[in-house]
Design a protein around this ligand. Structure first.
Ligand code: A3P
Length: 311
């Protein structure tokens, strides 16, 4: 397990100015050349910004609130395209040769390809590393991007990295990595702003975690309209309840129990904590020093110069 831990800690590469686990190099061509289906929906985000929340919302809307099928693990229902990059199941085999990975983990690209449209694809890829067919405009699936205050995102990512990616440093070290763009899929602004630039495109809907917290029914209606699958007010109400933090925290299909247990089982992390952690806005205030908040605010101001992005 120690060998795997060290590999996971050190094995990063820089591609197109973004930080990735080394395995991305091996699979990049497959992502670039993926055949895209216009009936699919792409849920794109920087990690820890409300991706799972958005995926569950989108999947439910696309599947006409099928709560029975909705009990299937979200990893099957809304596959994470580059999961094989983030979570190399071969690491597991080193610790237990008889480990039988779920198909969406063993070969996440193959799994996405094997699914019948409409697939609700999850990806953390920055816009410029999406499949060529999306970038050159030859395929235009509907895309939903979700963003979140980077200070809350950073805290959530810190806990996530402890829970699932065996990060060993303290919170301040993690903040430094985050600001320097040295966390997976970073730098943050280079990720958010190219999607923000496309927010008026008819194929892209830009959401914010904070708006989902403020008025979830409104966002549900907006997403349903964007997906051309309007819901009755009763359905909006039912879905709002289903998507509450309390309900999702209890829901084993979306709360990442499966992945957390695998990590614990293979002794890959120190464990502790839950994927559905606090689900709040402004939680950074209780955790970041005044000095670090100032560093973030300066960094935000500098990166947002000349843009109309508001956190
Ligand atoms: P916290 O760690 O701040 O609690 P992602 O899915 O992109 O990894 O994002 C995970 C973050 O979204 C976590 O944030 C998690 O608690 C939060 N989240 C997930 N479902 C939520 C919900 N229904 N309501 C509020 N927050 C939610």
């Amino acid at each position: 397990a120690e060998e795997v831990r060290v590999k996971r800690e050190k094995g990063y590469v820089n591609i197109g100015g973004f930080t990735f686990p080394k395995r991305y190099e091996e699979l990049k061509d497959q992502f670039d050349n993926l055949e895209v289906h216009e009936e699919d929906v792409w849920i794109c985000s920087f990690p820890k910004t409300g991706t799972t929340w958005t995926q569950e919302m989108v999947w439910m809307i696309v599947n006409n609130l099928d709560f029975e099928e909705g009990q299937v693990n979200l990893g099957h229902r809304s596959p994470f395209l580059e999961l094989s990059v983030i979570f190399d199941y071969r690491d597991m085999l080193k610790n237990n040769a008889s480990f039988n990975p779920p198909p969406f983990l063993e070969d996440s690209i193959g799994f996405v390809k094997s699914q019948k449209s409409p697939v609700c694809v999850k990806t953390h890829f920055p816009y410029h590393l999406l499949p060529k067919e999306i970038q050159n405009g030859s395929k235009k699936p509907k895309m939903i991007y979700v963003a979140r205050d980077p200070k809350d995102t950073c805290i959530s990512y810190f806990h996530h990295s402890k829970l699932l990616e065996c990060f060993r440093g303290d919170f301040n070290e993690f903040c430094e990595l985050f600001l320097a763009g040295k966390v997976n899929f970073g730098p943050y602004w280079k990720h958010v702003l190219p999607y923000w630039d496309k927010r008026n495109s008819p194929d892209l809907l830009f959401l914010k975690f904070e708006d989902m917290k403020k008025d979830l029914p409104k966002v549900i209606r907006q997403v349903a309209e964007f997906l051309e699958r309007p819901l009755s007010e009763e359905q909006v109400e039912i879905l709002t309840k289903h998507l509450s933090f309390e309900s999702m925290k209890q829901n084993p299909a979306v709360n990442y129990e499966l992945v957390c247990n695998l990590n614990k089982q293979f002794n890959l992390t120190e464990g502790g904590g839950a994927f559905m952690r606090s689900g709040t806005v402004g939680g950074y205030k209780g955790m970041m020093s005044e000095e670090m908040i100032q560093r973030f605010d300066d960094w935000i101001e500098e990166n947002l110069k000349g843009t109309d992005y508001v956190i």
